[in-house]
Design a protein around this ligand. Sequence first.
Ligand SMILES: [Cu+2]
Length: 340
Amino acid sequence: MAIDYSQSSVKQFASKFQLLRIFTKLQPVFFFLVGLVLFPQLLLAQWNATIGGQSQDLGRQGLAFLPNEIWIHAGDSITWKMAPDEPHTVTFLAADQVIPPFTEGCPGFSSGSATFDGTACATSPLLFQGQKFTVVFPVAGNFKMICLVHQNMTGTVHVLKPSQSLPHDQAFYDRAAQEQSTALLADEDSSALKHKHSENGVTVGHGEIVATGGGSDSVSVMRFGDPEITVHAGDTVEWTNEDPVTPHTVTFGTEPQDPTAPSSNLTIDADGARHGVLKSPADSVHSGFIQAAPQDRTGLAQAPSGVTRFRVTFSKPGIYPYLCALHDVLGMKGRVIVLP
Ligand SMILES: [Cu+2]
């Protein structure tokens, strides 16, 4: 019995000693937790946001930073994650910098992460679904962000000094991102796609630009209004891009290396529309970008009118498949059935 008693006392002493050791080990954690209670911004140094949203069939694309306005502290970082199949960039230009093509970047690109203090450009390369990009903001200031691929896709990061309080937490931004994405994708009036300009008319996409306090977003429907149209030999079909921002192409046959330029076998109609003739489904014609003119701004030269229409005359019967060279991966395809 005595031996048992003595063993139990040793055990008690050992367990007290262990508790003390555990407490000593956990001391830094304890002080860190106290620090977090007193200075909660320490916990919020890493922020998360989303780029883009899309409908299940990929046809409806929300071209937006979600949310597109975030308040953080100097030293914090933001990680953007790509949601849609349509590619985007996260780009912060230096003040007054001319917007470069997405193929050139700043020039150059940062892979994975970058630091931006307002003095030198920082950009991701083209980002695809699931990819992430992190930007660290060491200096206070209000910084505009853009996507080099999509006009009217802008946002603002407000970087405050650590002594200033932040208006929102991560949960607020998660909610805002979800709400903005849902609202954006619901915004577009899908019946507009069915609107015809002429008897043999096909609408090429449709979209809307919306704004928040942080910048602008747009929604684009990456679809042909009537993906299948039936005409007769000798008829002309007219495609019209109604999207205020997004370019599309109408491409029959071989896809060109550079989708921006029209194929050389086109003529220009009196009203400026491009016009091709197809004699066989094996032949190729390519509209080049058909796109609305960019938004004009006071103080800058006005932009020329956009080429928004493309016409093809079908001289022989057959089934003529075509696609948008930019958005076929999202399902933007159609066909023309030409009867005798
Ligand atoms: Cu397209």
